[in-house]
Write a protein that binds this ligand. Structure first.
Ligand code: TIU
Length: 235
């Protein structure tokens, strides 16, 4: 059973039951002219995690392990967008308004698409989610159960919003989650730091955190083909 260094103590999992989850690595959150800037957020603070997530994706693909990508977005007719969410934060451009990258946070628009550094491979599952929680109004949980995935390696943005919400909701459903410390970022570095602490407090009340190197070193030792989940996952 693979074991990695983690907080508050080591994290172990089986290659047959683990997946990498990449949360909302979208242009609207990471690039100029998107949802983040319409809320006045500093997108510079999200840049450090981007190459780290890219490396993890490469390593999981090489080991033929599953990767699931989420994107926060809404239907073009806004039927899945609560008015409260549209108005929240009094943004310059609201969700659904036309911005430099198309309509803000609308599925199919350039802004809601993934940044190229963290884009899904053609065969990888993409979950479009209308909320911060990846389980809310999506097929994520059904898919994980079907594939017998019990352990989630979580990455993405932003740490204390969609990432933390998803990790807490996964924990309540019985998943063992490890959040990659350098594979997540917030517009507010102090919120990231506090979230990483809060998740692992009380003996890992919500789960674990680890550094990407711990996973990358482990996966570098694995030969593709040793990992039996790969073929069944793709089937
Ligand atoms: N605003 C903010 O920090 N985050 C979001 O709105 N969504 C995600 O975290 N993906």
């Amino acid at each position: 059973m693979p074991i990695i260094d983690a907080k508050p103590f080591h994290y172990d999992f089986s290659f047959d039951h683990v997946a990498l989850v990449c949360i909302d690595m979208q242009r609207d959150f990471c690039q100029p002219g998107g949802f983040a800037e319409s809320l006045g957020d500093n997108i510079k603070n999200l840049q450090p995690c981007i190459p780290v997530i890219g490396k993890l994706q490469e390593a999981f693909r090489k080991a033929e392990l599953p990767i699931i990508h989420t994107k926060e977005c809404h239907k073009p007719d806004l039927s899945d967008l609560p008015t409260a969410k549209r108005n929240r934060g009094n943004p310059k451009l609201k969700i659904g308004d036309k911005g430099p990258m198309g309509r803000i946070l609308i599925d199919g628009e350039p802004g809601s698409d993934f940044i190229p550094e963290c884009a899904p491979a053609q065969w990888e599952l993409v979950i479009s989610k209308p909320g911060k929680d990846t389980f809310y109004n999506t097929e994520f949980d059904d898919y994980m159960k079907l594939r017998k995935i019990t352990h989630l390696v979580i990455t993405g943005v932003t740490t204390e919003v969609c990432v933390q919400t998803t990790m807490r909701c996964a924990n309540d459903r019985g998943y063992d989650c490890v959040l990659v410390e350098d594979g997540t970022d917030s517009y507010f570095p102090e919120f990231k730091a506090m979230t990483l602490k809060a998740l692992v407090a009380q003996g890992g009340i919500v789960g674990w955190t680890c550094k990407s190197d711990a996973l990358l070193e482990l996966l570098a030792k694995e030969q593709p083909g040793q990992v039996s989940s790969a073929t069944s996952f793709a089937a």
